[in-house]
Design a protein around this ligand. Sequence first.
Ligand SMILES: Nc1nc2c(ncn2[C@@H]2O[C@H](COP(=O)(O)OP(=O)(O)OP(=O)(O)O)[C@@H](O)[C@H]2O)c(=O)[nH]1
Ligand SMILES: [Zn+2]
Length: 352
Amino acid sequence: MTSLDQYGWLRYRHSCTSIEIPRDLTIGRIVSIKGFKYYTVTEEGELECDLSGRLLYLPSTDHPKTGDWVTLTVYDRAGYIISVLPRYNELSRRNPGAATERQLLAANIDAAFIVQGLDRDFNVMRLERYLVQLAACNIPANIVLNKTDLVDDTLPYLDAVQALGRGVPVLFCSTHTGVGMRALQDELLLPGHTYVLIGSSGVGKSSLLNALLHQEQQATATTSGSNQKGRHTTTTRDLFRLPNGSLLIDTPGMREFGVTGGEATSEDLFPVISSLAASCRFTDCQHLDEQGCAVLAALHNGSLSEAVYDSYLKLKKEMRRFEIDVSDKKRLNKQFGKIAREAKNHRKKYKY
Ligand SMILES: Nc1nc2c(ncn2[C@@H]2O[C@H](COP(=O)(O)OP(=O)(O)OP(=O)(O)O)[C@@H](O)[C@H]2O)c(=O)[nH]1
Ligand SMILES: [Zn+2]
C-alpha cells in the first residue's frame, strides 16, 4: 500500500472521480499547518511545503486546510503547493474575528465527532448548534460524551440528546477508565476514512486522540483545580493516522461555533421542525404567529419542547443574519468597485 492510500487517497478518489491530475505533479495531503508552512504526506513521505505564488495571492479561504489534497512540485526536497484539489466537503464555521466570513477548519471529512465532557461542559443547545452546522456542511455527525467517570447515571444525558430528535449516534466514554474506547475504535472509525474531533476546550479531545493512538503525540493539559476546566493546549490542527488505518483530525477547543447555514434550506437543517411544518396551513409559514401552524400547535400541546423550538428560532436567525451580512458586504464591495472605476475613468478623461 502506498502512503497516499494510507492517508485516504482511495476514499477521496471514490468521491471525486472526475479529477485529472497532471503527470508531472506530485500529490500530497495536508496533515498540519504551522504559520506559513504546510506539512504534507506524499508517496515519498512527509514534506514541508510553501504556497506557490499563484496560491499565495488568493484569499486565505482558498488556501489549503488540514485534510486537503493538493498538487505540488518538489525542488531540492522542498515542496511548492500548486493547487488545492476539489473538496468533497468543508468543515466551516462563522469566522469569530470577522462576522461576514466563513472560516474553514478542515476539508474532506467523512464524519465528525462532537465531543462534550459530562462535567459542566455538557450543553445540549451547543450540541444542536454543532449538529446544524455539520448538516449545513454535509458532514455526518456522531456525539461523544466523555468523562463518564464523573457522573453516576448517563441516562439523563442520553434523554436530553434524544429530545433533539436528530437520531445521531451517541457514544459514552471515559479516557480515564477506558469505557467506550473499544466501541469508538472498532465500530465508528473505518480504515481509510477521515474524521474530525470538535468541541470546546478541555472536553478531552486530545486525550481521546492519545488513547486511540496509544501514545502521547498531542499535548494534554492538567485540569485546573476546582473549576473542572482544562487549559487551552492544542495549538495546531493535525491529521493523525490511527493504528486501525483511520484518519483523525484534532481541532483546537473552540469557544464559539457560529453557524453560517449552507446550501440546504434552513428548514431542512431542523428535521423535527420540518416534519411538523409539512402540516402547517401555509407553505411559507414561518412558525411564529401564523394561523394553522402545526409547529406552534405542537409547542402548545407539549409534543415539541420549548428548548428545541427556541434553539431553532435562534439558529435560523443567526443563519439569516450571516446571509444578510455577506450579501451587504458583496453589495458594498460592488458599489466601491463601481466608484473606483468611475474615478479611474474620470482621471483618464481629464488626465490628472
Ligand atoms: N475525569 C475525566 N477527565 C478527563 C477525561 N478525559 C480527559 N480528561 C481531562 O480533561 C482535561 C482536558 O483534556 P484535553 O484532552 O487536553 O482536552 P481538549 O479537548 O483536547 O482541550 P483543548 O486542547 O484545549 O481543545 C485534562 O485534564 C484531562 O485529563 C475523562 O474521561 N475523565
Ligand atoms: Zn408553521
